[in-house]
Design a protein around this ligand. Sequence first.
Ligand code: HEM
Length: 136
Amino acid sequence: MDAGEITILVAVITLVVMIGAYFLSKNRRVHIGIMGGVIAFDLMIPVYLLLTRDWYTRLIEREDILTFGVWMHFFVVLVLYVLYLFQIITALKILKKEDADGIARNEHRAQAKGIILIRAFVIFTGALLYDPEYIL
Ligand code: HEM
């Protein structure tokens, strides 16, 4: 297995762990710990890929930046980050007990399904783009 395949495998494992934490939402410590960890992982992945892949050759010299796949992947990542922001805002409302009417909890629960779906798409489109040629 090369570095790229391991990265995809680790990402899939974190998705499975996230689905586990989704069902363990009543256990706040476990839920917040795992979700916080997965969100941090997702924020670090672009930095890791930037440092360990020859993105300049691929995106600029070979003009991959003009392809549909790259943009599709980029936009699902963007959507995921925005959903994370909303998820954290609703979580803080629940934690600060500013949610007597239950609206924040309802939003948190609804967004949760979107996050899992979009995160699966991020990993899938990322895996489609994978090319061992560009590993540094
Ligand atoms: C750092 C991020 C997050 C924090 C701080 C957080 C925090 C919380 C808190 C405090 C609750 C209420 C738990 C209780 O009933 O006592 C909750 C519920 C829940 N969370 Fe999160 N959460 C986060 C991210 C996520 C993510 C990413 C997902 C989905 C992938 C998710 C899915 C859920 C679900 C389904 C519930 C149950 C809602 C309900 O009881 O109606 N959470 N979360």
